[in-house]
Design a protein around this ligand. Structure first.
Ligand code: SAM
Length: 256
């Protein structure tokens, strides 16, 4: 899966895998700059919060799924001593991650793979994290099941994903920014209009934190905490692979 045209954007409702991979490959060269610019650098803080919450120790094997250009993985590698592997199906995003690993002299094994069919043995990771990736899955339930398969029982999970703030003044202003202003800046910098319309459309269609907790629980995770970040713009979902069957219901702590 290489290359990608700036003109093509996946349908945000069906999100066919190949089209998603091509879209990310097409915007890979401007992805990092836009991430930091559009979030006013808040994304860096969210990633730090995520890797801190995963609390991986030296020698632990951690998968950064949908690693993209590798920022979440680098945030963990530098601080924890964990053995981090990044996986993503976009060759273009992985190429940028590879360049960054060389420049920083921070070795990061990278695997080109689809999250819905990972090339890893069952129970091969102690921790799994994913930032802004699951929203793009063609089949979210299948993705969660695959994540549960590769984690060992008791292994920790951290999912950082956009969410929709409530209807407060902040929420209203943010929605205006996200759906009207952000796509324009995204288009100016990346030269592509589509991906930055796709972004708010997929966030709008994404399950609420409580619905997501139900899906994670059905896939075999115990959901431990759902932490709302920056007024609800993003949510950090923390859990662990249940030791036994996925039949126990969710017991979630919502942290505003
Ligand atoms: C918005 S980027 C996030 C990248 C990185 N995690 C970050 O925090 O900046 C989403 C990434 O998820 C990857 N992705 C989406 N669906 C995927 C799938 N089914 N399998 C593998 N990678 C996927 C895309 O290729 C893209 O690199």
């Amino acid at each position: 899966m290489t290359g990608g045209s700036l003109g093509q954007v996946p349908d945000p409702k069906t999100r066919p895998g190949q089209a998603v991979a091509d879209m990310f490959s097409a915007i890979a060269s401007t992805y990092d700059v836009l991430n930091h610019l559009l979030s006013l650098n808040v994304d860096r803080r969210w990633r730090r919060i995520t890797t801190t919450a995963l609390a991986s120790g030296p020698g632990e094997r951690v998968l950064d799924l949908c690693t993209g250009t590798g920022d979440l993985a680098f945030s963990l590698v530098g601080r924890s001593g964990a053995r981090v592997v990044g996986a993503d199906f976009s060759a273009g995003m992985l190429a940028i991650a590879r360049q960054k690993a060389r420049k920083r002299d921070q070795p990061l094994p990278l695997v080109q793979a689809d999250a819905l069919a990972l090339p890893f043995l069952s129970s091969s990771f102690d921790g799994l994290m994913v930032a802004f990736g699951v929203r793009n899955f063609e089949d979210l339930d299948a993705g969660f099941r695959e994540m549960a398969r590769v984690l060992r029982p008791g292994g920790r999970l951290a999912i950082l994903e956009f969410s929709s703030p409530d209807r407060s003044l902040f929420g209203t202003l943010y929605r205006f920014y996200f759906s009207r202003v952000l796509p324009r800046i995204g288009r100016l910098v990346s030269g592509a209009a589509g991906p930055y319309h796709y972004l708010p459309a997929t966030v709008e269609g994404f399950p609420s934190p409580s619905a997501l907790a139900g899906m994670l629980s059905a896939a075999g995770f115990q959901v431990l905490e759902q932490r709302s970040l920056t007024g609800g713009i993003a949510t950090l979902h923390l859990g662990a692979k249940a030791a036994a069957s996925p039949l126990a219901g969710p017991s979630v702590r919502m942290v505003p």
